[in-house]
Every structure is written in structure tokens, then in C-alpha cells.
Ligand binder design. Sequence first.
Ligand SMILES: [Zn+2]
Length: 172
Amino acid sequence: MPSIVQELSGRRKLGGLRTVVECPFKATVLREGPAQDSGAGAAWLAFLCPVHTVDLDGWPGAADHGDNGTMPCGTVLDYRPAEGRLQSHADLWLTPLTGVNPAAYGGRWSEVLDQADRVLLARVEEATAVGEDSPLQNMLAMMDVARRAAARGELGVAATSLGYCERLAQGL
Ligand SMILES: [Zn+2]
């Protein structure tokens, strides 16, 4: 890991490794996300190619730094606590996809993920009923892992599981 990453992240422990866009190119830019809510370091660091430096919704940075292709474009090192990562998944794709808004559940992530799981399952069953394969089918297994982890209070595991779902959501 380049030392600039250590420096920009405030030497925090990495919370999650995400791929937020499917892109075949190497990064030329290391985008520094906004500052953490408390303490040192950026909330996240994103590696982006020239195209996605301009064209990537949902990842407004505080500053861009040069990068010599250390990572594939679309790689995000997420240093936020688990709740922050879960909220980011909700904002970027889970709420748009399922209509389930965490604000309505007062931060009870196990209920949010239970409800999102029910919505996805219902959609898959609707598709099956008319003889179609839903692409959401592939998301159900990881959503189930996320839901169960949140129920045990393991929000970090839940956020990591949503990272897999995030990649699948890009193909929808
Ligand atoms: Zn790219």
C-alpha cells in the first residue's frame, strides 16, 4: 500500500474494500474523500481512471491526487465505521433498488436489511412465477448473510456482505 494512502487515511484500519464501478482501466487519480466525522483521516479513498474521475456519481472528493496505476479504477478503500459504510450502501444503491430507507428504521440495521431482503425475495418470486430468471437471484445469498450478521450485531460483516451485493447491483 503506497504511503500516501497511509497518510490520507490518518493511518486508520481499513473498514472495507469496495469496487464501485466496473472498469478495465488502471487508476490515474487517487481521490481523497471527505474528512471522517471524528478524528483524523479521510472517510474513503477512491482509485479512478480519467473517465471515472469526471463521471462517477456519489463519490464527491475533497481533493484529487495523482496515482500511477497502483489499483484498478473503481477500487474504494473505505475507512468509515460499519454504520457509515452501511449508510453509504443504502444511499448509493440499496435504497434506490429496494425502496427501503434506513431513516424509517431509526438506525436498526437488522430491520433495514430484513426488509430489503423481503423486497428482493418478493421480486425474485414474482419473476419466477412468470417463468423468468431475475438477476436479483444472485444477490439473495449475500443479502441473507448481511441480514443475519446485522441480527447478531456484526455490522462490519453486514457491510462487507453488502459490498458483494454492490458489485452485483452494478450489473442490473
Ligand atoms: Zn474507470
